[in-house]
Ligand binder design. Structure first.
Ligand SMILES: C[S@@+](CC[C@H](N)C(=O)[O-])C[C@H]1O[C@@H](n2cnc3c(N)ncnc32)[C@H](O)[C@@H]1O
Length: 219
């Protein structure tokens, strides 16, 4: 039997993290993680999301160090590796081991030496601090349950002047494919959450039929 004081202490201990960390307190129920059994859906060309056009908009330079967060089957990882060249580096990060294993095999087969596959945590890609010129989060934000913690950690991992690009399914747009509209995160919510994590919006592009494309900068 717990005394009243013990119960009070227990409640206080449970509440403490959320009192001291507003970031921890702000969680939401995320969309489902993309099932590895359907990985083939992530391969192949997307006429609604042309990878080379996205690369052009990202403005990656030779020698850059970049991250593909929520890399999946590597739809963006491979063209990113081509853009950074042999002197650059792409971290291909995911939270599902099956995705990381699939991508590792692909990279090995293709003998690509400038990609490093990383198993991260849902709240942290676990990449070196102050290391990235650019982080890309494509078709993934709606699967994230602790967006503020994740954004805060990405901000730490970006260099000063580094950019975070978030591309995701727009709940305002009807689409024949993609996650249910109620699982998608509105553009304004993403901008607000990034702002809370210290990332200011610097650019928006509207060239995809079903997605927003938002660029944030670490100041
Ligand atoms: C729909 S897939 C998109 C994959 C790839 N970006 C693409 O566009 O083809 C989303 C991926 O994000 C991963 N993911 C979900 N939440 C994540 C998180 N918090 N951090 C890193 N990866 C995450 C999932 O495991 C999945 O592989």
């Amino acid at each position: 039997m717990k005394t009243g004081i013990q119960k009070g202490l227990l409640i206080l201990m449970l509440l403490l993290p959320s009192l001291f960390s507003p970031l921890l307190a702000q969680e939401r129920r995320p969309g489902r993680l993309f099932p590895p059994a359907k990985i083939s859906v992530l391969e192949g060309p997307r006429e609604w999301q042309d990878a080379e056009k996205v690369m052009d908009m990202l403005g990656i330079k030779k020698g850059d160090i970049v991250a593909d967060i929520g890399a999946g089957a590597g739809y963006f990882t491979l063209p990113m590796a081509q853009r950074v060249g042999a002197e650059g580096l792409v971290y291909a990060e995911d939270v599902q081991q099956a995705m990381a294993d699939y991508l590792s095999k692909k990279i090995e087969t293709l003998e690509l030496r400038n990609i490093r596959v990383v198993m991260g945590r849902p709240d942290d890609p676990t990449l070196p601090e102050d290391s990235l010129n650019l982080a890309l989060l494509a078709n993934t934000y709606h699967e994230v349950g602790m967006p503020l913690l994740l954004l805060e950690n990405i901000r730490k991992e970006l260099k000063i002047g580094g950019r975070l690009v978030i591309i995701d399914w727009d709940p305002e747009k009807e689409s024949p494919i993609g996650p249910p509209r109620q699982e998608r995160v509105p553009e304004d919510t993403v901008i607000k959450e990034a702002g809370q994590a210290g990332l200011g919006i610097s650019e928006r592009q509207r060239f995809m039929p079903y997605h927003y494309f938002l660029v944030f900068k670490k100041k």
